[in-house]
Ligand binder design. Structure first.
Ligand code: G6P
Length: 584
């Protein structure tokens, strides 16, 4: 949800460095871009445009300091004037997040500043400039603190101030990580932006202000203005994880990687998983939250805990949890499932939980993320960086870890481990080039349809919902998932001759639902361990008993990928979406 990246050093190629780094953050937004560059403390030169940062080939004026942005529009349409950086007075800034009260702030500042964009970000530049002006640019820390106190919402800001040395950055709810190099420092929304330059990082926490120069990093508390000491942390990520490695798209690469990533969840020690489950169970009630695909993984977890451990978990979409917040008490456990660990909706629930002394548990792909760091207990997915917007390998790892948790709570983790090992081996056999070709061929037959329906029951119901998300987001086909038994209560009215319906599973009840669809003219694509006469097309999946959702989602991911390709779309960068949604 917008990527920000800035660097300050002694060489004069800061603009190019920021451009290259922003290209690695494109998954956070790609509707427009902008970079401001300057030498020393001079006024910056800003270049912006609409479109994808990956397509920018511009060269930049010499500069030792540069700040840049790749945008996912929130306030103000996708236009050049709304692209960041924004300048007001002496302040040039880039912004990730939302200032909820920007209209009120704008009203108060409108006599002093004229605004050229429709963004909340430009108002923040004016607000900070106004605050600096008031103390005659003497005490930058104090001026930024005063201005920040007036901003409501979650955000990260990175700025430079004309006549003042350094890059200044504030974190309040949206991620910012500092990379420390030799005679050059960096700050970004995510580590890949500077990974090729340094692996030494400082995580900025909420309520902190950072000042970077080429040789120093100073961090202050926004609450009391005092300096905060930070530990240098070495990150383990390797750059290859962030490249396509010969694959045409990240999405396909990440689907195939599932041969290994699912099994990587087995690397967690039994003690660690037992501790996680024990903490969950000791509590009076457990809520499991997530958004989008992560929410569907949580729903699979709900079925697994019920079946394997005889326990009912409350699964709620993070976005809806605020309506149940009053049930969060000191005896509650909240389990957040998230790939990025930065989703604003989940973070807000957890912040409420912390305030009310709930136990916070999480499963994320980013152990350094905000969610992971605020958790009492965290389990890492260990899948490596997931770059495609459509989440694939993170979801199967989420389900794999939840399966291990459910078995830990039920008959014992060793049963879960054995099942997962067998499932991993089956998926390894399944994911071969012939299999992909078969799915590509089916995609070729159905890609012109504008509506697709998917049905599944039991733990394949959340997979039907996930199938709809995958197909919608990358192929733009209108797809809807239903509980198979729910069909007769409404959705069946949508079926007419030739409507394509995807049926997950070949159990008796689901087949009889498939027959109901076929009798109304539907063409059935079955994704199941066994073929059936009712299927016009069949994609085989291995029989994996309780791990069936993990195996079943993979051909759906491939189908969504090939549907996008057949429709001439880029599956890595679907319109209107962003990988990490750090705004509400
Ligand atoms: C965005 C992404 C989805 C993802 C969801 C939750 O909408 O496009 O793929 O499932 O956010 O993200 P999280 O990082 O919390 O799993």
């Amino acid at each position: 949800m917008c990527g920000v990246f800035a660097t300050i050093g002694t060489k004069e190629n800061a603009g190019e460095t920021v451009l290259e780094g922003l290209k690695k953050l494109e998954y956070r937004g790609y509707d427009s871009w902008g970079i401001a560059t300057r030498v020393a403390t001079s006024s910056p030169t800003t270049m912006k445009g609409t479109g994808k940062i990956s397509e920018v080939r511009t060269s930049f004026p010499n500069g030792t300091t540069s700040i840049g942005h790749t945008r996912w529009a929130t306030h103000g349409g996708v236009t050049k004037k709304n692209a960041h950086p924004h300048t007001q007075g002496c302040v040039t800034l880039v912004h990730n997040g939302i200032a909820d009260n920007f209209e009120q702030l704008k009203k108060a500042l409108k006599n002093e500043y004229s605004f050229v964009s429709d963004t909340d970000s430009e108002v923040l530049a004016a607000l900070i400039d106004h605050s600096l002006k008031k103390n005659k640019y003497k005490n930058v820390v104090s001026a930024i603190r005063t201005a920040t106190k007036q901003i409501e919402g979650r955000f990260a800001l990175v700025m430079m101030i004309e006549g003042v040395d350094g890059i200044w950055a504030i974190r309040k709810g949206s991620p910012l990580i500092i990379g420390k190099g030799k005679h050059t420092n960096y700050i970004a929304s995510d580590i890949p932006a500077f990974l090729q330059h340094t692996r030494t990082v400082n995580y900025l926490d909420d309520g902190e202000l950072a000042k970077l120069t080429s040789t120093s990093v100073e961090i202050y508390s926004l609450i009391n203005g005092k300096k905060v000491a930070k530990r240098n942390i070495k990150v383990e990520w390797n750059e290859e994880q962030a490249t396509k490695d010969g694959w045409p798209h990240f999405m396909l690469k990440e689907i195939i990687e599932q041969k290994e990533t699912i099994l990587r969840t087995l690397e967690h020690s039994s003690t660690s998983i037992q501790k996680f489950v024990h903490t969950m169970n000791k509590r009076k009630g457990a809520y499991m939250i997530g958004s989008g695909t992560a929410h569907k993984a949580a729903m699979v977890g709900e079925y697994l805990f019920a079946k394997v451990a005889d326990r009912k978990i409350n699964v709620v979409q993070s976005e809806e949890m605020s309506y149940f917040e009053r049930f969060i008490k000191s005896g509650t456990a909240i389990v957040a499932i998230s790939q990025s660990g930065e989703t604003a909706d989940a973070l807000e629930v957890l912040e409420y939980g912390v305030k009310h002394k709930a136990k916070i548990l999480s499963i994320t792909n980013t152990p350094s993320s905000s969610i992971a760091r605020m958790s009492h207990h965290h389990l890492a997915l260990n899948t490596g960086i997931e770059k495609a917007i459509a989440s694939t390998k993170a979801m199967t790892a989420q389900m794999a870890l939840l399966l291990l948790c459910a078995y830990t709570d039920g008959p014992g983790i060793s049963y879960g481990r054995t099942l997962l090992r067998e499932t991993g081996a089956n998926i390894n056999d399944m994911l071969n080039p012939r299999y992909s070709k078969h799915i590509e061929k089916i995609a070729g037959k159905i890609h012109k349809h504008e509506n697709l329906f998917i049905i599944g029951r039991n733990s394949l119901y959340p997979i039907a919902l996930e199938a709809a998300i995958k197909i919608q987001e990358v192929s733009y086909i209108h797809a809807q998932g239903f509980a198979a038994g729910e069909l007769k209560h409404g959705p069946i009215a949508l079926i007419e001759k030739g409507t394509v319906c995807i049926v997950l599973g070949s159990d008796k009840e689901t087949i009889s639902n498939a027959i109901e669809l076929q009798s109304r003219g539907a063409t059935i694509l079955g994704i199941a361990p066994e073929n059936n006469d009712v299927f016009t097309h069949w994609i085989r999946v291995p029989d994996c008993s309780e791990a069936q959702p993990i195996a079943t989602v993979i051909p759906i991911q491939l189908l969504a990928y090939y549907l996008a390709i057949k429709r001439g779309l880029d599956p890595d960068m679907p319109r209107n979406l962003a990988k990490s949604v750090t705004v509400k």
